[in-house]
Design a protein around this ligand. Structure first.
Ligand SMILES: Cc1ncc(COP(=O)(O)O)c(C=O)c1O
Length: 440
């Protein structure tokens, strides 16, 4: 056994894991955790069950979930309608390859997505994770120009504070610091990562950049309304309108990455619809299956699709993940869309928004707090500096909640089905924990 495996074995009986550490927890010695320095990270909490907005730990404790599993579980965990749809699909056919074969859940889902998205965003390419959906959007954009006989457009304009995934193509369009561009120099292609054009000055600088480099650029790529994992920063629809106009003026494609903002998170079903803008390509994932199974979609307009429509096989989009359009995942996504149709989700999101405003307001005056902001079902407390994240996370667990701050950002992205009492427990915990940070 290696030194680190021994260490994990010892640490797996750490009190942080709870009293009733189950036998299977020994497997942790063979796990490599996400975003974690394995030598120093606190062992993760052992989870045995979920229901509604609750996470049940092996020692019997229940935590109220403030994050909804990285914003995916928008209808809460184990929703009976989604479960029934997945179980029925499992009995019929869990998966079939999508090359040369098609199936009802995928085709129904594609038709429904096309009906929900604005404009003529109507051609759906399925994959199985957000990062891959972004990679596909980037390939689509580059090949769009090649298929039109225009070479050399292989670079992208993306924005500081943005996050688009962890694969190399996606990392290269993330915020340079968050995307570790310096660490991976040589591996990552170099794109234009600039400030979002806000005021007149930055808009003029943005325009100059496009003037100089339009011939090298395939597309502008942005998370509309909210830059999520890069820092939960908000911008308004005017910024997106400016990007649409700039893209049109310089004949560039515009890609909206709605992997975070899609399916109600910002208050309308999609950020683009809320902002009244139709991008040329949109990426979706996360809440697409309501946190049940991995699935993503890259959806293109007719203009983009038409550039691939040809008798020439070389003009096809050369991509095809093994698990694309997985039937179980598509069944979950269709069931999730049923719930958006049948349940008052947008009203619930508006109520969550009001409750987040009120519940987080006491943080505003605290010395350690730089900003408090809310959009849709996203509540953010930005601290004036980074805190001891592991200690904060443990403190939240002691408060009976699961909240996972990153950098200097403490945030909530709860399920839309959360009760007012559960939400008040989450905001109350944040106020108490952040107030402790503020004490000298
Ligand atoms: C806007 C955005 N794009 C892409 C991704 C990457 O998705 P995945 O983690 O499924 O690869 C994320 C994940 O947080 C995201 O928020």
């Amino acid at each position: 056994m290696t030194a680190s495996a021994v260490e994990w074995k010892l640490r797996s009986s750490d009190k942080n894991a709870g009293e009733g550490v189950p036998d299977w927890y020994a497997g942790l010695a063979h796990i490599w955790l996400p975003y974690a320095q394995m030598r120093t990270v606190r062992p993760p909490l052992p989870v045995v069950r979920t229901h509604g907005c609750r996470i049940v730990l092996s020692d019997g404790r229940e935590l109220i979930d403030g994050i909804a599993s990285w914003w995916t579980a928008c209808h809460g965990y184990n929703h009976p309608h989604i479960r029934a749809a997945v179980e029925a699909q499992l009995a019929r056919m869990p998966h079939i390859m999508f090359g040369g074969l098609a199936h009802e859940p995928a085709l129904t889902l594609a038709r429904r997505l096309a009906g929900l998205l604005p404009g003529d965003l109507g051609r759906v390419f399925f994959s199985e994770s957000g990062s891959v959906a972004v990679e596909i959007a980037m390939k689509m954009a580059v090949q769009f120009w090649l298929n039109r006989g225009i070479a050399g457009r292989t670079r992208f304009v993306a924005f500081k504070g943005g996050y688009h995934g962890d694969t190399t193509g996606a990392m290269a369009v993330c915020d340079p610091e968050g995307g570790m561009h310096a660490l991976f120099r040589g591996l990552l292609p170099e794109h234009f990562i600039v400030d979002l054009p806000g005021g007149e000055e930055s808009a003029a600088a943005f325009d100059r950049l496009l003037d100089r480099h339009a011939g090298e650029i395939a597309a502008i790529l942005v998370e509309p309304l909210v830059q999520g994992a890069g820092g939960m920063r908000f911008h308004d629809a005017a910024v997106l309108r400016a990007l649409r106009e700039a893209a049109d003026r310089h004949d560039l494609l515009l890609i909206f990455d709605e992997i975070f903002t899609g399916f109600g998170r910002t208050g309308s079903l999609f950020g683009c619809a809320g902002a009244g803008i139709v991008p040329d390509i949109i990426t979706l994932s996360k809440a697409l299956t309501a946190g049940t199974l991995p699935l993503a979609a890259t959806v293109a307009t007719a203009k983009v699709f038409d550039a691939f429509w040809s008798p020439d096989p070389a003009r096809a989009l050369m991509h095809g993940p093994t698990y694309m359009a997985n039937a179980l995942a598509c069944a979950a996504a269709n069931a999730s869309l049923d719930l958006f149709e049948q349940q008052p989700r947008l009203r619930q999101i508006a109520e969550i928004s009001a409750a987040l405003e009120q519940g987080l307001a006491p943080c505003r005056g605290l010395p350690s707090v730089k900003d408090v902001r809310v959009k849709g079902a996203i509540g953010v407390v930005e601290l004036d500096r980074g805190a001891d994240l592991d200690a904060m996370r443990a403190r939240f667990a002691q408060e009976g909640v699961f909240i996972r701050p990153f950098g200097n950002i403490v945030y909530l992205t709860p399920a839309f089905t959360i009760s007012p009492d559960e939400l008040a427990t989450l905001t109350g915990a944040i106020v108490r924990v952040v107030a402790c940070l503020s004490r000298p």
